[in-house]
Design a binder for this molecule. Structure first.
Ligand code: HEC
Length: 153
């Protein structure tokens, strides 16, 4: 049973993430991984995920999703002045019926589907082409921001 230890580690990891999802913000900071200091607020996510590269070597989303001197990819600018009103309560331009961020509902927010590479997405998992994809810890923090009401905070 050579697979057992890795299965155990992934079970332990899920339990850890689940218990953090229910709990304490101190610990949330510990799972931010390649973007140390990431917090479940819009300004933190905009700065450390959308606009910044991180320790994993991931490119900034705004490399493509920027209205500065170009047409943003998918018509979606993630620059500080645009990102909130381009995401929260806004319909996907690509997938009819999908909404990018639904306050209080991370599971149905299409932004989450695109970042997790769910099977229902139109187009590619984000970040497109450049990778690496976001870590479970980064996703937990984005999900937490949405679950708490997706405030412009
Ligand atoms: C290399 C360019 C590139 C990078 C980097 C990139 N994207 Fe995209 N993104 C695109 C393109 C092109 C599309 C449209 C085609 C597709 O969905 O595959 C898109 C589509 C999207 C959509 C769907 C919009 C809609 O209306 O349905 C979302 C959401 C999104 N990107 C978020 C992000 C986020 C968040 C990041 C950073 C973690 C990111 N993207 C990084 C190029 C990029």
């Amino acid at each position: 049973m050579t697979r057992a230890p890795s299965r155990w580690i992934s079970v332990a990891g899920s339990v850890l993430l689940l218990s953090l999802a229910g709990g304490c913000d101190e610990k949330l900071r510990d799972v931010a991984g390649p973007s140390p200091g990431l917090e479940p607020t819009f300004s933190s996510i905009q700065q450390l995920i959308f606009q910044a590269t991180d320790d994993s070597g991931r490119s900034a989303c705004t490399q493509c999703h920027s209205s500065a001197g170009r047409v943003p990819a998918a018509g979606l600018s993630l620059l500080p002045d645009d990102a909130y009103r381009s995401l929260v309560g806004v319909a996907s331009r690509q997938k009819p019926g999908a909404v990018l961020v639904i306050p209080g509902d991370p599971d149905n927010s299409y932004l989450v589907h695109k970042l997790e590479g769910r099977s229902d997405i139109v187009g590619a998992r984000m970040p497109r082409t450049t990778g690496p994809f976001l870590t479970d810890g980064q996703m937990l923090i984005i999900r937490r921001w949405i679950a708490q009401g997706a405030a412009n905070n």
